[in-house]
Each structure stands twice: as structure tokens, then as C-alpha cells.
Design a protein around this ligand. Structure first.
Ligand code: V47
Ligand code: SF4
Length: 356
């Protein structure tokens, strides 16, 4: 098999294999990879580029784990630890409503004070301010934690959270679905199958979810392909993933970042293009400008991307690890998308579109 066979297969709508993915990833083939990803994006999802006006809420950075790649967590007694009460969260949402908020994104550490009662009060306070605000909250890792904290099933946790106002589930905590790597990156976190099964349960309840990939830490390209394959297989079964989001590893203020020789940074462009082609059943491919920097995030619109993320009001996980911090409001975002000749469309994470 050579690059021209792969090109023909992709153009004829055939699903690519691991071997074909490796061929596309060879650097001399990147121009073809880009062309194919761009063609697929145009054919399947058109010129629209989605964005949201999102308030990021982090109830606490206290966490029972201490993943070596994470700059966010704290332990009791640390000067940088915080905990927000539901009333404080309500105040913060109220203070940000004028930005035209259409969603809140809520994630935090694994912490016993953030139990179901805490989220019930928090979600109800947010909905009392504006019942149309979409609540995207808690990763699969946190749902597993809540189930263990209360001694109930993940199904029961999700049912209760939906009754409090949960709208969809963010994609964080996925890291890389290769357990030997996962054990190094996030010892103590649920394994790949447990993580994916929680998304399966959510999808079967009609909840849509996002899914991420942490890249540029210690993984090889082959591990990334394994991750893609696991995501694609689950999507064939449930159809519940709306958005795929690569997360570029940031190495400031965390233990892994101090061991620079172990890191395997990667070019985002072939990674995104491959995601557009390999994940042929997930319609939305999101570039996070605060992880990538604005110029590269804009360039990625030509490598398969059709979502420019959100205004990222008060994002913390990546700014604490060295990510970009700039003011990005709705009009600025629309102008950037228009500058690429594309059509901005404001949506929230509960919005669903299908691949043609
Ligand atoms: O779960 C933590 C990752 C995730 C680092 O679903 C890091 O719409 C890079 O998932 N370098 C949280 N990544 C962020 C996340 C997310 C963000 C925006 C939108 C959505 C969505 C999801 O960030 C964590 C972890 O996988 N992370 N530390 C780091 N140093
Ligand atoms: Fe805790 Fe999540 Fe950070 Fe791991 S990545 S230490 S689970 S906050």
C-alpha cells in the first residue's frame, strides 16, 4: 500500500486502517493529509465554524489524586487551594451573564465536599438565573468518584445529575487510552475501559458527550491511533460523541514537565487532520485557541477543524500550566472566523449535528 492507495480510499469514502493512518502521518505526506482532511471537512460539515460563550467554573482544585502532568490540583493547607460554595458560583455566573453566556463548563478535583448535594444546589442556582444556560459538567473520572462516594451506580449518579439540570458531559480526563501510559500519566485514575464505559452509559441515556486526547506528553503516534480507534469503535456503537478535542500537553508547573527528555512534542496539524479522517463518525473537531495559541488554532481551520471552542471566560486548567491568556469575547471570535472565510455560528455543547 502507498500514499496514492490511501488517497483513493479516503476520497471514495472508505474508512482508514491503522496502516493507512501511519502512511498519512509520514512527514512527506502531510500536504496530501491536509488536502484530504480539508476536503472531508467541506463535504461532511461545510464551512460553519462553531463557538460558544462559555463560563468555566472550577468548584475546587482540591483533589485526592496528584497526576504528574497536572498543574491544577492542590492539597488541604496549600496556599493556592480554593473551594467555591454554590452561592459563590451563582454570584460568578450572575456577574458574567452580560457576556451572552450560553453554557457553563464545570469541572474540578476529586473532592468529597463536592458531592451530589453540592451539585444539586449549584445547578439549581445556575438554572434559577437563566434556565436556558446549558450545563456541561464533570468528567467521567468525577462521575466514577461520585458513584463511589455515595455507594451508588454511575447510572444513578447520572440520572440524579440530569434531574438537577445537567445538559452534557465534557471530554476531559480521557488522556490517552493506552493503560500502560495512563498509569504513568495519571496513576489512580480509572482505566480506559472504565472511562469509556461511563461515556457509553451516558450515551445510552441520551446525553451527548465530548471526548479529548492529551497529546505531546510521553505517547507515540501509534498510541494516538489506538486512542482514535477506541473512540471510533464506541461511537459506532452509541453515536453519542459530538466533539473530539485534542489537548496539547503544557509542561509548566507540573512534575512531568520537569523531565523534559521524556517528552515527545508533536505537530498539531497532522494530528488534527488525521482526527478528521480517522474519526469519520464524529462531526465536530474542536481547536482550543488557549491551548494552541490563536495563530495555530486559526491555521487548524485548514486542517479539518470546524469548532473554535469558546470565549473561555476564566479558564484555569491550562492557564495554570502555561497556556494562552487573552481577552476573547464573542465579536472577536466571530471576526477571527470570518477572516478565514468561514461562517461563525454560536452554539452550546448540547447542540448536535451529524456527519453526512
Ligand atoms: O481532564 C490537565 C487536561 C483536561 C493539563 O469538553 C491538561 O468542551 C494539557 O477537558 N496540559 C481539562 N492538558 C480540560 C478539558 C476541556 C477543555 C475545554 C473544553 C472541553 C470540552 C474540555 O485538561 C483534563 C486533562 O485531560 N489537562 N493538565 C496539562 N498540563
Ligand atoms: Fe486531580 Fe484531575 Fe489533576 Fe488528576 S488531572 S490531579 S484527577 S485534578
Amino acid at each position: 500500500m502507498n500514499i496514492h492507495d490511501v488517497e483513493n480510499n479516503v476520497r471514495s469514502g472508505k474508512r482508514i486502517t491503522r496502516e493507512e493512518a501511519h502512511i498519512l502521518l509520514q512527514e512527506e505526506n502531510w500536504p496530501i493529509l491536509q488536502t484530504l482532511a480539508n476536503e472531508k471537512r467541506i463535504k461532511e460539515v461545510g464551512d460553519e465554524v462553531f463557538y460558544a460563550v462559555t463560563l468555566f467554573l472550577y468548584p475546587t482544585n482540591l483533589c485526592e489524586l496528584n497526576c504528574p502532568f497536572c498543574s491544577y490540583y492542590a492539597k488541604p493547607g496549600w496556599k493556592n487551594a480554593w473551594f467555591m460554595t454554590p452561592a459563590e458560583i451563582e454570584e460568578k455566573v450572575k456577574a458574567n451573564l452580560h457576556y451572552g453566556l450560553n453554557e457553563v463548563h464545570i469541572v474540578g478535583g476529586l473532592w468529597h465536599e463536592c458531592d451530589l448535594g453540592y451539585y444539586k444546589e449549584t445547578f439549581e442556582r445556575i438554572k434559577s438565573l437563566d434556565s436556558d444556560i446549558h450545563i456541561k459538567a464533570l468528567t467521567a473520572v468525577e462521575y466514577d468518584y461520585l458513584a463511589r462516594l455515595h455507594g451508588i451506580s454511575v447510572e444513578e449518579v447520572l440520572d440524579r445529575m440530569v434531574s438537577y439540570g445537567l445538559g452534557s458531559i465534557p471530554g476531559g480526563g480521557a488522556e490517552v487510552f493506552v493503560d500502560s501510559l495512563r498509569e504513568k500519566l495519571a496513576p489512580g485514575k480509572i482505566d480506559s475501559d472504565t472511562f469509556l464505559n461511563i461515556h457509553r452509559i451516558a450515551h445510552k441515556k441520551g446525553l451527548s458527550t465530548n471526548i479529548t486526547l492529551l497529546y505531546g506528553s510521553i505517547e507515540e503516534w501509534d498510541d494516538i491511533i489506538t486512542h482514535f480507534e477506541k473512540v471510533r469503535n464506541l461511537q459506532d456503537e452509541t453515536g453519542g460523541f459530538t466533539t473530539f478535542i485534542p489537548l496539547k500537553y503544557h509542561d509548566e508547573n507540573n512534575a512531568l514537565g520537569k523531565r523534559k527528555q521524556r517528552l515527545k512534542p508533536k505537530d498539531a496539524r497532522p494530528l488534527y487532520a488525521l482526527a478528521r479522517i480517522f474519526l469519520d463518525n464524529i462531526p465536530i473537531l474542536k481547536a482550543l485557541w488557549n491551548y494552541q495559541g490563536v495563530p495555530l488554532a486559526l491555521e487548524l481551520l485548514d486542517w479539518g477543524v470546524n469548532d473554535f471552542a469558546s470565549t473561555a471566560l476564566d479558564e484555569k486548567v491550562i492557564t495554570m500550566a502555561g497556556g494562552v491568556q487573552i481577552k476573547m469575547d464573542g465579536p472577536t471570535m466571530e471576526n477571527l472566523i470570518l477572516s478565514k472565510g468561514r461562517k461563525p455560528q454560536k452554539v452550546h455543547s448540547g447542540f448536535r449535528m451529524a456527519c453526512n
